[in-house]
Design a protein around this ligand. Structure first.
Ligand SMILES: O=C(O)CCC(=O)C(=O)O
Ligand SMILES: [Fe+2]
Length: 316
């Protein structure tokens, strides 16, 4: 963490993602990840995997999506919780977003494109979004593997790696019309396993330190901000810190575009801390739960009204 005057997130260089588990380079990266998790529950991954062209195309495709007519955007609804368009709600009036279910699955992207562009083929959207997501989700898997190793529970590695699905959030934050409006997304902790956030040059993401200070995340085209959520914390039996974060956008005439790469537990998978992580010093914190059932609870009034929703749902 930086000086007291201006705290910053730990920065970890993932430029050599092809390093192999078991090598000294891997071990060094893993100890940096574990240290950052303990200190902040968040870090900036420097990830220069993308050409400037691909990154710009990715952000441009997202911008084009939000430029569609409101009625068209609203027509994207699915039967699954949260996988839909949300626009300008009273609690975050500048924000609109889409959540796409596992974007690496061809027909999910096809369904999404058919809903948004019913009269037009949109292969570029699908291809660009998928090429981008593929790399970010590889980064996510590397980080999760490092966590399992750091906890010394490698015997659960395969099961754990296979227990996850991915979601893509695309969000736009309109620039406020007056300089005294200072809002974006209220402070919250994430409920999923891991979130990786990327943003255009407008910036606005803030992450809270354990000491309660807000870090304004500095923008760089290679920055991917990693945050840990309540479900992964439950699986580790409370070994992780899930930081509060928020978005504050200021008047600057340009919209903020962001992408959230979410990892969640698969529907039907029972999330349960490995017995090795439960002892007298670390009594079991959560009863086994199914993440997709927990999502339903999150949509109820009780689930929406608390920040410690998982604790309410299945805390011991
Ligand atoms: O737009 C962002 O960068 C943050 C989004 C976020 O925190 C969330 O959707 O949980
Ligand atoms: Fe979040």
């Amino acid at each position: 963490m930086g000086s007291e005057a201006s705290p910053s997130l730990p920065v970890i260089d993932f430029c050599k993602l092809d390093i192999k588990p078991g090598t000294p380079e891997w071990d060094s990266l893993r100890s940096q990840v574990w240290k950052a998790i303990n200190e902040c529950g968040s870090f900036e991954a420097v990830f220069s995997k993308f050409s400037q062209e691909l990154r710009e195309s990715f952000l441009n495709e997202a911008e084009e999506l939000f430029a569609l007519p409101l009625e068209t955007k609203k027509s994207y609804v699915t039967e699954k919780p949260f996988r839909k368009y949300v626009g300008q709600s009273p609690s975050s009036p500048l924000n609109e977003s889409f959540i796409i279910d596992d974007p690496l699955i061809f027909h999910n992207m096809e369904n999404f494109c058919n809903a948004l562009w019913p009269h037009q083929e949109k292969p570029s959207f699908r291809e660009i979004i998928q090429s981008f997501c593929k790399e970010v989700f590889e980064l996510e898997k590397t980080i999760r593997r490092m966590i399992v190793e750091s906890l010394g529970v490698e015997k659960y590695l395969d099961e754990h790696m296979n227990s996850a699905n991915h979601l893509l959030l695309l969000a736009k934050y309109a620039s406020p019309q007056t300089s005294d409006v200072d809002s974006g997304l209220p402070a919250h902790t994430d409920k999923n396993m891991i979130t990786i956030l990327h943003q255009n040059e407008v910036g606005g993401l803030e992450v809270q330190t354990k000491g309660g200070e807000w870090i304004r995340v500095k923008f760089s085209p290679d920055s991917f901000i990693v945050l840990f959520g309540q479900s992964l914390n439950a699986w580790t039996n409370g070994r992780l810190h899930c930081p509060y974060h928020r978005v504050r956008v200021n008047e600057n005439n340009k919209a903020r575009i962001s992408a959230g790469f979410f990892t969640i537990f698969k529907e039907g998978y029972t999330v349960e801390a490995p017995e090795e992580l439960v002892d007298e010093e670390h009594p079991l914190l959560f009863k086994p739960f199914d993440y997709s059932e927990f999502l339903k609870f999150l949509q109820t009034f009780a689930g929406r009204s608390t920040e410690s929703a998982l604790k309410e749902y299945c805390g011991i």
